[in-house]
Design a protein around this ligand. Structure first.
Ligand SMILES: Cc1cc2nc3c(=O)[nH]c(=O)nc-3n(C[C@H](O)[C@H](O)[C@H](O)COP(=O)(O)OP(=O)(O)OC[C@H]3O[C@@H](n4cnc5c(N)ncnc54)[C@H](O)[C@@H]3O)c2cc1C
Length: 344
């Protein structure tokens, strides 16, 4: 019997394993292969200031092996609805998600059982334990952690899904010009969320979070980018996808009794920017700290209010950012933007 089983070795599950006490018998399960760094979850791989603050507060450094070759200094924002664009200086780290996931996990590997390329099929709560059906067989645990990300099966079964999900598509293209920024674009014909281009190790990641007709609308996006000369070709080198949550503060659910949710499966991701790394790191740490203090999630649940408040703040920001009217006013005013002389 395990003390704790964690489903998902993404950012939140790996952060949890890094901080949980060695006295517990832990099993971490992921359907992906993390140690070979071959199958990273689709992600832009930008560590925002919020993410950097979370790393700092947890005493985590970012090794250079995790960094992409190109670092960016800000955002180029294009509003296709009002035909305006602005540059905003921002401090990001541009990182490689597969390296980052492995870096977070590596130090805890000697203290835990790790089964990769294995997955959870079902969970049954018994009187004094939880019975889990994995691809590799049946196991028992006293405590279960869902770190499964946006498509959490445990959340759907034992609570309820978040109120809003998007399909994220990300394609990789050849890159042949300098891009010292990451591009964010808004186009109501494509999505009511946003689309992006991020330079990454000699390639451009072109992505979008799409509410409906994802394939058709992604093609539309690429044609707009091609027209602006941002990409040369619309045939990608590689294509990946993921579900992305766009929660309201009411969607935040951290668990009950011997089942806890961390990261995106808890509904912790910014509904305005889709920044999720900081929430995943902090929720993983707070749950570990709570269980270290007495095998209870009570302390973890006390943190709910600060997470909920943060999501609510981003929800309000989102209403302004994604209103065509307010965005056009902000772009016209040039508020907080940086003057640029673009060298053609
Ligand atoms: C396209 C895209 C771009 C993004 N870009 C950024 C960005 O640039 N910066 C930022 O801060 N945030 C970004 N995010 C959000 C960020 O990636 C997530 O919020 C963060 O990774 C959540 O971490 P997590 O640990 O909760 O889940 P995840 O990182 O999604 O990890 C979940 C893990 O659980 C595993 N899993 C799921 N179900 C099972 C199962 N049944 N059995 C076994 N394993 C299972 C999965 O394989 C996965 O490894 C982006 C998200 C998307 C979709």
């Amino acid at each position: 019997m395990f003390d704790i089983v964690v489903i998902g070795a993404g950012v939140s599950g790996s952060a949890f394993c890094r901080f949980i006490d060695k006295k517990y018998k832990i099993l971490l399960v992921d359907r992906r292969n993390i140690t070979q760094k071959t199958t990273a979850k689709t992600c832009g791989g930008l560590l925002s200031e919020r993410g950097q603050k979370a790393m700092l507060s947890l005493g985590l450094e970012l090794p250079s092996s995790c960094l992409a070759k190109e670092q960016v200094f800000g955002i180029r924002a294009i509003d296709f609805d009002s035909n305006k664009e602005r540059f905003y200086q921002k401090r990001y780290f541009n990182f490689k998600k597969e390296e980052f996931d492995y870096y977070l996990l590596e130090k805890s590997l000697p203290n835990i059982d790790f089964r990769e390329e294995d997955y959870l099929k079902s969970a049954q709560f018994q009187k004094d334990h939880i019975k889990l059906e994995l691809k590799s067989g049946t196991i028992k645990t006293k405590f279960l952690v869902s770190a499964e990300g946006a498509s959490s099966m445990l959340r759907r079964h034992f609570y309820k899904p978040c109120s809003s999900y998007y399909t994220a598509i990300q394609e990789e293209f050849k890159s042949n010009k300098d891009m010292p920024y990451h591009l964010a674009s808004f186009d109501s014909k494509v999505t009511d969320f946003y689309s992006w281009i991020i330079p990454k190790d000699g390639r451009l990641l072109v992505g979008s979070a799409l509410a409906d007709q994802p394939n058709e609308k992604f093609e539309l996006l690429k044609k707009s980018y091609q027209k602006l000369g941002l990409i040369d070709d619309i045939k990608p080198l590689k294509r990946t996808g993921a579900i992305i949550t766009r929660p309201s503060h009411k969607d935040v659910y951290l668990g009950k009794n011997n089942l806890a949710f961390i990261g995106e499966s808890a509904g912790l991701i910014s509904p305005s920017s889709a920044e999720g790394i900081s929430y995943a790191l902090l929720s993983g740490y707070f749950l570990a700290d709570s269980l270290n203090k007495g095998f209870s999630i009570n302390n973890y649940l006390k943190k709910t209010n600060s997470f909920k408040r943060s999501i609510l703040k981003n929800q309000i920001k989102s209403h302004i950012m994604y209103s065509n009217f307010w965005r056009s006013v902000i772009f016209s005013s040039g508020l907080l933007s940086t003057e640029m002389n673009i060298v053609k």
